[in-house]
Design a protein around this ligand. Structure first.
Ligand SMILES: NC(=O)c1ccc[n+]([C@@H]2O[C@H](COP(=O)([O-])OP(=O)(O)OC[C@H]3O[C@@H](n4cnc5c(N)ncnc54)[C@H](OP(=O)(O)O)[C@@H]3O)[C@@H](O)[C@H]2O)c1
Length: 246
C-alpha cells in the first residue's frame, strides 16, 4: 500500500497515548506524534527513559507530554480505569492509542516452553493491551475520530519454529484487533494493526544477536505508517493489518 504523507500539523490538538514509549519504535512514534502537534501520553515501565523522551519533546518545542510510569505485567483494571479518569480530567478525550509495548520472551523449542515465560508474554503482549484498550473506551469514544493501533509481527500471521509464545501473542493481537474493528465498524472508533517488520531495536538484537544491524530499517523509517494511522487522513481505514515497510 502506498502510504500518504501527512501534513506537518496533521496531529495538532490530538491526544495520543503510546505504550512502551521509552524505547525503540514506541519512542520514535511518540517523538514523531509530538513533532506533528500531538499531546503525547508516554506510558512505560522505565521512568528514566520516559523522562528522556519528555525532555526531547520539550526541547523541540512540542506540546507538553504526560508521563505514566506503569509496568503492564502487574497492572490491574483499577490502574487502567484510573488512567482513563485522569485523561478525561486533563484532556476530555483520547484521539489515539498506540498499543506498542511488548516483550519477546524466551525463544525455545515447543517442548521446552517455560510456563512462567509463556504467561508473561501473554500478559504483557495480549491481556494488558486488552485491559488498557477496554478501560480507555470512554475516552476514545469522547473523541470525534479515534484511532486504535495494535502492533503485530510477521510471526503473528505465520507461525515460526521456536518463536512459540511471542508468535501466539501476535496472532492473538491480530484477532483482538479484528474483533474490535468489526464491532466498532461505522462508529467514530477505528482499529488497525501495524506489522513493523525487522527493525533496529533492543528487541530485534535480542532475537538476532549476530546480524548486521546496518542492514535493518530504523524506527524512523517506519514512521510514515505510524503517522498516517493516527491522522484523520486514515479515518476510513478500519480492520486493516498493514506492513510499515511496504
Ligand atoms: N523490532 C522489530 O524488529 C519488531 C518486529 C516486529 C514487531 N515488533 C513489535 O514492535 C513493538 C515495539 O518493539 P521494539 O522493537 O521497539 O522493542 P523494544 O525496543 O524492546 O521496546 C519495547 C518497549 O516496550 C516496553 N515494555 C516492555 N515490557 C513492558 C511492560 N511490562 N510494561 C510497560 N512497558 C513495557 C519497553 O519498556 P522498557 O524500555 O522500560 O523495557 C520498551 O519501551 C513490540 O510490540 C514488538 O513486538 C518489533
Amino acid at each position: 500500500m502506498h502510504i500518504p504523507e501527512i501534513s506537518s500539523n496533521a496531529l495538532q490538538d490530538k491526544v495520543i497515548l503510546v505504550t512502551g514509549a521509552g524505547d525503540g519504535i514506541g519512542r520514535e512514534a511518540a517523538l514523531h506524534y509530538a513533532r506533528h502537534g500531538a499531546s503525547v501520553i508516554l506510558l512505560g515501565r522505565t521512568v528514566k527513559k520516559l523522562e528522556a523522551v519528555y525532555d526531547e519533546i520539550q526541547a523541540a518545542g512540542g506540546p507538553e507530554p504526560a508521563i505514566v510510569p506503569l509496568d503492564m505485567k502487574g497492572a490491574t483494571k483499577a490502574h487502567y480505569q484510573g488512567m482513563c479518569a485522569t485523561i478525561m480530567d486533563q484532556f476530555g478525550r483520547l484521539d489515539g492509542l498506540l498499543n506498542n509495548a511488548g516483550i519477546l520472551g524466551v525463544l525455545s523449542p515447543f517442548a521446552h516452553i517455560d510456563h512462567d515465560s509463556w504467561n508473561d508474554v501473554m500478559q504483557i503482549n495480549v491481556t494488558a493491551q486488552f485491559m488498557l484498550t477496554q478501560a480507555l473506551l470512554p475516552a476514545l469514544q469522547a473523541a470525534p475520530k479515534a484511532s486504535v493501533v495494535f502492533t503485530s509481527s510477521g510471526v503473528g500471521r505465520k507461525g515460526r519454529a521456536f518463536w512459540g509464545p511471542y508468535s501466539v501473542s501476535k496472532f492473538a493481537t491480530e484477532g483482538l484487533a479484528q474483533v474490535m474493528a468489526d464491532e466498532y465498524e461505522g462508529s467514530s472508533l477505528r482499529v488497525n494493526v501495524i506489522n513493523p517488520g525487522a527493525t533496529r531495536t533492543t528487541m530485534r538484537s535480542r532475537a538476532y544477536p549476530a546480524e548486521d544491524v546496518n542492514k535493518l530499517a530504523t524506527p524512523a523509517d517506519l514512521m510514515p505508517l505510524y503517522l498516517y494511522l493516527m491522522s484523520d487522513d486514515s479515518a476510513e481505514l478500519n480492520g486493516e493489518s498493514l506492513d510499515a515497510q511496504g
